[in-house]
Design a protein around this ligand. Sequence first.
Ligand code: A3D
Length: 319
Amino acid sequence: MARNKIALIGAGQIGGTLALLAGLKELGDITLFDVVDGVPQGKALDIAEASPVEGFDAVLKGGSDYSAIAGADVVIVTAGVPRKPGMSRDDLIGTNTKVMQAVGAGIKQYAPDAFVICITNPLDAMVGVLREACGLKPEKVVGMAGVLDSARFRYFLAEEFKVSVEDVTAFVLGGHGDSMVPLARYSTVAGIPLPDLVKMGWTTQEKLDQIIQRTRDGGAEIVGLLKTGSAFYAPASSAIAMAESYLRDKRRVLPCAAYLTGQYGVTGLYIGVPVVIGANGVERIVEVQFTAEEKAAFDTSVAAVKGLVEATKKLIAAA
Ligand code: A3D
């Protein structure tokens, strides 16, 4: 049986980490693509040379011609520019909109049957541009943000409660930005919701509010420390979890930017919601009930994403 093929468009910080993780997890053969010739080939060779030590078998290749991604089963897109200190994700829109159009055209020509995961920021707007440009069905094109945002939330909660990260689940909805909506009511330690843990004296509401704010600012915290780019290890792990659920038909329930067609009262927009990812891509969008306060926070997040999408449409019309 032929191995799956994973194509990584963008061979920068996240792209290289994705290649290493895909190799370590034996998800398939890996192709790195980048406009900077030499970088994808160099990273592919470096990781291939790690494979005898780590004990994984995969063909690793790099290229700067879109034919390199031909026949990919999964395409993960990180092409574009990341943030520098002081920049918001939205400042990247001009450059990254054009990059998404070029990448979408490449996918349309060479990998029309792939499951496509977009990571490029500003995420919710860029995944929409990419989907239009590649023309794939919306269930085959998703954005990675919620798995990362909820992983950050889980990590901070596990630290606070001094329990294993494995026993903490977290629920984060909305756009990937300052308006993201971490939902305490649906976040648990071994099934016990956070509001109950406050009542049980495990933490205080004030501490919980601080953790929620730290989660919202999680990306900026890393940008501030690194100074030369943005987070890449945890974003790569998060996208690999999504790719693995698709390739192994695990049907995991993961928060992703998915194309809504009326769910949560939203139509024709990518926004972060829990979805089931299986062999057919996004197989189900999970719709939970909101309290009035949660609904208001979600609507604010949707409005922020709509503003960005309008900005991309103006850029595309002006080009
Ligand atoms: P970086 O290390 O700069 O890698 C980006 C790569 O894209 C570089 O190697 C570029 O040469 C390449 N590139 C630029 N234009 C093109 C093009 N037209 N075609 C192919 N490749 C191209 O950045 P990174 O890997 O740290 O981050 C990549 C993206 O992910 C950025 O937009 C970040 O903002 C975004 N990001 C998103 C999250 C989310 O949670 C959504 C988290 C972290 C980073």
